[in-house]
Ligand binder design. Structure first.
Ligand code: GDP
Ligand code: MN
Ligand code: MN
Length: 256
């Protein structure tokens, strides 16, 4: 497989047509996968916001005060309010906010970015990244799958890496269950999250700073014959980690 950064993309502004901007700069082929950093999807969708848009309620003030006490850093309660507004569930509220977004993705600070955001204090994640991916895909001149990505930390391991937030034109995962290993043993649990793996590979090319390469074309890769599934975000019923958090009194509905 090959990964190519889409060259020369401009600073993205509200209303920009990402499909058109990409297609003007690189020749797309049927079967390609296009990854797009959520940062530019959010910019195109006008998801820039300001702290003043989020007057802090009592819950946000309480959270900010506690975070200040724990971290010794200034915490703006309006930022906590923005995180709460973007979230349906609060998994942890100290020493950072871990929440489930309205579209099912669990992340620190609801994925709200404060870097690579000119003209605004904050950049919120796209409202529905799968709808964003579908919209971009429908504007492309070839049959190309689209993955909207973000850079996220993960529990248990240092470092951040690319993950998929939304996708269109391909399944999220490949189901290896029922396939055999080299000894003829049947695989019982392996469901490979290919959208996350492609997002992570593409993130190596996009970089995290000032590179200006938010879109990557993946070529000569194919999903293959295995069964696909669109499940990516676990619900609480199938997530034993979240059930454990609940047992310890964490993970509850957001109140604002
Ligand atoms: P995130 O991972 O989606 O949160 O986005 P990052 O802030 O890590 O940025 C990913 C890539 O997109 C980096 O190469 C940035 O330099 C680039 N980038 C961010 N905004 C823009 C933009 O408006 N235009 C261009 N051309 N690149 C951008
Ligand atoms: Mn981000
Ligand atoms: Mn990034």
């Amino acid at each position: 497989m090959e990964l190519h950064a889409v060259p020369d993309l401009p600073e993205i502004r509200p209303g920009d047509d990402l499909a058109e901007l990409v297609a003007e700069r690189i020749d797309l082929e049927d079967g390609d996968v296009l990854t797009v950093a959520s940062t530019v999807v959010s910019k195109a969708e006008g998801r820039g916001a300001d702290l003043d848009d989020f007057p802090a309620g009592p819950r946000a003030r309480e959270i900010a005060t506690r975070l200040e006490a724990i971290t010794g850093e200034r915490k703006d309660p309006r930022f906590a309010q923005a995180v709460l507004e973007e979230s349906t569930e609060l998994l942890m509220e100290a020493p950072f906010l871990l929440t489930e977004s309205r579209f099912g993705h669990v992340s620190v600070n609801a994925g709200i970015d404060r870097s690579n955001v000119p003209d605004h204090d904050l950049l919120l994640l796209p409202k529905r990244p799968t709808a964003s991916a579908e919209r971009i895909r429908s504007g492309l001149p070839a049959d190309v799958a689209v993955i909207v990505t973000d850079t996220c930390g993960r529990p248990f391991r240092h470092g951040q890496r690319g993950v998929a937030l939304g996708w269109a034109g391909m399944p999220a995962s490949r189901d290896w269950r029922g396939e055999s290993d080299r000894d003829g043993r049947e695989l019982g649990v392996t469901v490979q999250s290919v959208v996350d793996e492609l997002a992570a590979a593409a993130n190596l090319v996009t970089g995290e700073g000032a590179d200006g390469t938010p879109a990557v074309v993946v070529r000569d890769w194919s999903f293959g014959d295995l069964e696909g599934s669109d499940e990516l975000f676990r619900d609480v019923e199938t997530d034993f980690v979240r059930q454990a958090l609940r047992e310890w009194g964490y993970d509850h509905e957001v109140s604002r």
